[in-house]
Design a protein around this ligand. Structure first.
Ligand code: PRX
Length: 640
């Protein structure tokens, strides 16, 4: 049986196979010409004449550098001419019986102006950093757009991060303003957003001077005089023009985890990111004006930035935004929302697909999915079994599935098949998007040709590429461009088949992907060693049926301390406090020592193999200072 599945034939498509071939070739031979044309998807105050001006050694990247535009104008105001009455947002609340809020582009414009005026009243100006700690509700999207309108730089922090983590991100970008809600709601569980902001700001030395609070659940919360403001009190409808921005002015910062150190503030700029998200949305989802698009991501992650806020609205699309979870009130919630709002394009993560697959088909088939014409997956490798289920059951075997690979740093989709153009291969992301030049290299940097497996690099810049790490360009250079000089290294392992299709095998660095959430093992280790009983910790990933990867922690204790269930629970709580519930360890393995080389380096390869229950390939253990430790670690392996 062929692994490839032909796409359904579609009469009106944004891209045929022939067009892809021609446009992809042109995007490499004449990138400036190609991207200056794509840039016309947006309205510019001053149209750019320059395309990409970039170097990966030294690292300096610009696109459309002489262009001026505002992305809020592009996402909202410019649609007023012909789409004022078109639905922009359909908000589906956590509670299936709760109130659905529908906003036209005219409504969205009014809301964004109200929010921008509220931000101005707090003192937000062009270039100011504004931290958002918000649920995925209308005001979350509106707040991002209002920042863009004023030229302020938003930094959204996912609501599943703790006050400690929030404080760290506020301090790192010297953010004086926070936008939050009284609470969020996920599966009826309230998330104490405002209380967390209070803990972050009151217990740390932050520069915060203004907190804007949206009344969402109506919970009784504390308001600090002079610092905290109810949104309703500051919102006003007066005129609020869009600030003209240079294409290379920053649009947002988004913190993401890497192999070492604290999370990095990845910085995206205005013009290139706008063009990239607008173009990828148009092609990868083969978007048509009458589509109802739904991306289930939280706005706290890059997917929520690029394919909730910017990509769809830049294209004048109609989309659903959803605050809830896939399993409340039951495992049919996604399909119920699709039926209710007649969703035609649905974009979600493998972890949700796997979790729902496990619950059985009846939750899916209970709902009408005839409106669906395209399904998408993002965030982690999707195993072929889950891919097939997604297509066959929710997709009734009739709709194409796109498996889109990209990263916070890439700004938008980089590898995917195009829905009407390319055969699909379950488990493979597929082909490079326009302008994307993937390269596989071995561990020594040797370039691998043809059918191969190696480390995935990108050899040329693309408009949506992150420009720097906020406040630390050296770290940007070190993290992404120093492993293989002159190339952007993704941190992912990858295979290329005879058809040129790419399949991501997972991270090859010390980053793990837990339910599509990117986690630095070093961050979890730092959180663990803060506990007074812990001497040392080493954290690795292990395969997890639902989450993709789970968090496995090896912990050594101080002399005289014993590992107990109670202590393991304390350590879990410690990590939740330092990072947040998203980083809760799955397994804690107390050990008397960690495997080290004679020079004292922890041999993580061995720890990974033991956590994976893969003892056959432990490799050379003779360089260990204490070879007998391996047997003790295997014996003590924590499972289930
Ligand atoms: O390992 C890859 C995995 O997610 C990483 C990027 O994580 P983040 O920056 O949080 O962005 C996630 C949403 C774009 C990548 O380095 N990843 C993302 N999409 C896929 C994937 N792995 C396999 N297949 C994908 N489609």
């Amino acid at each position: 049986m062929s692994e490839f599945i032909d796409p359904p034939q579609t009469a009106n498509t944004n891209c045929t196979a022939e067009q892809y071939e021609a446009d992809y070739a042109r995007s490499l031979s004449d990138p400036d010409g190609f991207w200056l044309e794509q840039a016309r998807r947006l309205d510019w105050v001053d149209a750019p004449t320059k395309g990409g001006e970039w170097s990966f050694d030294p690292v300096d990247i610009t696109w459309f550098a002489d262009g001026t535009l505002n992305l809020c104008h592009n996402a909202v105001d410019r649609h007023l001419a012909d789409k004022a009455d078109k639905t922009a947002l359909i908000f589906e609340p956590d509670d299936p019986d709760g109130e659905v809020r529908t906003l036209t582009y005219a409504d969205l414009h009014r809301e964004v102006v109200r929010m921008a005026n509220a931000l101005k009243a707090m003192g937000v100006t062009k270039g100011a950093r504004v931290t958002l700690y918000m649920p995925t509700v209308v005001e979350g999207v509106v707040a991002m757009l209002a920042c863009a309108r004023l030229g302020a730089i938003h930094s959204v922090v996912f609501g599943g991060f703790s006050p400690e983590a929030l404080a760290g991100r506020i301090i790192d970008c010297d953010s004086q303003f926070v936008i939050t809600a009284d609470e969020g709601l996920r599966g009826r569980k309230p998330i104490p957003l405002k209380a967390n902001v209070d803990a972050a700001v009151d217990e740390h030395d932050t520069p915060v001077k203004g907190v804007l609070v949206i009344a969402h659940t109506g919970a009784d919360i504390a308001m600090k005089q002079g610092r905290d403001h109810w949104y309703a009190d500051l919102a006003s409808e007066g005129d609020c023009p869009c600030e003209p921005m240079n294409a290379e002015d920053p649009l947002f910062i988004l913190y993401t985890s890497g192999s070492t150190g604290k999370p990095k503030g990845v910085l995206h700029t205005t013009g290139g990111y706008g063009v990239w998200t607008a173009t990828t949305f148009h092609y990868a989802f083969d978007h048509r004006p009458d589509d109802i698009f739904w991306c289930s991501a939280d706005i706290g992650w890059i997917t929520g930035h690029s394919y909730v806020t910017y990509g769809p609205l830049l294209n004048g699309a109609t989309q659903v935004i959803f605050e809830g979870v896939p399993n409340y009130p039951d495992h049919g919630r996604f399909w119920q929302v699709i039926e209710k709002h007649k969703v035609s394009i649905f974009y979600t993560a493998p972890t949700a697909i796997r979790a729902l697959m496990r619950e059985g088909d009846r939750f899916v088939t209970a709902h009408d999915r005839s409106s669906l014409r395209l399904l998408g997956s993002v965030g982690e490798p999707i195993n072929p079994e889950a891919w097939r289920w997604y297509r066959d059951v929710p997709g009734e075997g009739r709709v194409p599935v796109v498996d889109t690979w990209w990263q916070t740093e890439t700004g938008g989709i980089m590898l995917t098949t195009l829905p009407a153009a390319h055969a699909m291969k379950p488990g493979s992301a597929g082909l490079p998007f326009f302008g994307v030049q993937p390269q596989l290299v071995d561990n020594d940097g040797g370039v691998l040709e043809g059918v191969a497996e190696g480390n995935l690099c990108l050899t040329a810049s693309w408009p949506g590429q992150a420009r720097t790490v906020y406040g630390d360009h050296d770290r940007f250079v070190q993290t992404y461009f120093s492993t293989y000089n002159g190339k952007y290294f993704t941190g992912d392992g990858c295979q290329r088949d005879a058809n040129g299709y790419y399949r991501i095998t997972g991270r090859v660095d010390d980053v793990i992907n837990v339910s599509g959430h990117r986690m630095g093992t070093a961050e979890v280790e730092s959180a663990l060693v803060l506990h007074p009983h812990v001497a040392e910790a080493a954290v690795v990933g292990f395969p997890h049926d639902i989450k993709g990867q789970g968090i496995y922690c090896y912990v050594t204790l101080n002399a005289g301390d014993d590992g107990s269930d109670a202590l393991a629970e304390e350590l879990r709580q410690q990590v939740r406090k330092e990072i947040g519930p998203v980083a809760t360890p799955d397994r804690i393995h107390f050990t008397d020592a960690l495997p080290k080389t004679r020079s004292g380096k922890i041999m993580r390869r061995i720890l990974r193999k033991i956590a994976e229950n893969d003892y056959g390939s432990l490799g050379d253990t003779s360089t260990l200072a204490d070879p007998s430790l391996v047997d003790r670690l295997i014996e003590g392996r924590v499972s289930g």
